[in-house]
Design a protein around this ligand. Structure first.
Ligand SMILES: Nc1nc2c(ncn2[C@@H]2O[C@H](COP(=O)(O)OP(=O)(O)OP(=O)(O)O)[C@@H](O)[C@H]2O)c(=O)[nH]1
Length: 303
């Protein structure tokens, strides 16, 4: 059963009940028209309108949470559906002369439905303005927040320290926690050759690439400049080492093209891994730093 049906079963059942009651009312008061008197154009127009309004109603119910605005919109559309339904019924059922309540049943629900729909749309518009305002505020908050990086969608070193402490506390040594560091090689020369803006674009692309290769529970931070660190809860050193090699491979095979001339850049990174012992986040990050320096040494000797 679609989730919106579960949420709004009462509303939809009430509408079906009203539609059925009206059918019974018409059948009780009038009689079926012979097929040759049916106007197919009217049946298609009025019946089609009823079906479409019903579809709109389902779409609204499916896309909105329950609440005052949803109730206004669904009441408005529900009444419009009733009006079109009654309109379609008299294409099939002939009421005796002298009866005029059918006109009221067509025009009253349509007029009140349109009014309620308009009122609901007016409030929906205000709701959207309020949501946009909130999003703008949130964006500003994220930009100004000291924990968040101004360039990538990642948090910085302070947040990482906080999260390491929280993670160690939560795991209580029951499962391992590891860190992977990834430091771009020769990033300074990219800045010098192509400019700082291109360097920024590289950092943004690399952060997206790393995020794609991490698992949902991992947290990626930009520690500084071209250095990224991922916090891997529930991960031992061997598994973290494999992830570090996968990240370095992904970067090596990443076809990054510069924004200005579309030149392909070969990106490489040095990686290091540490598993948390009984130590403070600061000490753990220092060990990671040392491991990274050690991993760099063979590169420095080659250079
Ligand atoms: N474009 C850009 N550059 C940055 C940013 N933050 C730091 N940098 C630059 O990143 C460079 C980092 O230099 P290094 O630490 O020597 O890095 P590297 O050239 O990769 O050298 P190795 O790490 O030893 O391979 C410096 O030139 C910084 O100015 C940033 O947000 N954007």
């Amino acid at each position: 059963m679609p989730s919106f049906l579960r949420l709004h079963t009462a509303k939809l059942l009430a509408l079906l009940l009203v539609a059925n009651s009206l059918l019974l009312l018409y059948l009780g008061a009038g009689e079926w028209k012979p097929t040759e008197q049916w106007s197919w154009a009217d049946i298609a127009g009025e019946g089609g309108a009823a079906v479409l309004v019903f579809v709109w109603l389902c779409l609204i119910l499916n896309s909105r949470p329950a609440g005052r605005i949803t109730t206004l919109l669904s009441l408005g559309l529900g009444l419009m559906f009733v009006a079109w339904w009654v309109d379609a019924l008299d294409e099939f059922i002939q009421l005796p002369e002298g009866i005029n309540w059918d006109h009221w049943l067509e025009s009253l629900p349509m007029a009140s439905g349109l009014l309620l729909l308009t009122y609901g749309l007016f409030h929906w518009h205000h709701e959207q303005l309020a949501i946009s305002g909130q999003l703008q505020k949130r964006e500003r908050l994220l930009r100004e927040h000291r924990y968040f990086d101004h360039l990538t969608p990642l948090s910085g070193a302070d947040y990482l320290r906080q999260q390491i402490a929280q993670c160690q506390q939560a795991q209580q040594g029951a499962t391992p926690v590891s860190l992977v560091a990834l430091d771009l090689d020769g990033f300074d020369s990219i800045n010098q050759r192509f400019g700082h803006r291109e360097g920024d674009a590289v950092l943004q692309a690399v952060s997206q690439l790393i995020l794609l290769n991490l698992r949902n529970q991992d947290l990626l931070c930009r520690l500084a400049g071209d250095r990224f660190v991922a916090l891997l809860p529930g991960t031992g050193e061997t598994q973290a080492g494999q992830l570090a090699r996968d990240l370095a491979d992904a970067l090596r095979h990443f076809a990054y093209h510069t924004q200005q001339h579309g030149e392909r850049l070969q990106l490489n990174a040095t990686t290091a891994v540490v598993m948390a012992m009984n130590e403070s986040p600061e000490d753990l990050l220092q060990r990671l730093q040392l491991a990274l320096c050690r991993a760099r040494q063979p590169l420095a000797l080659q250079a």
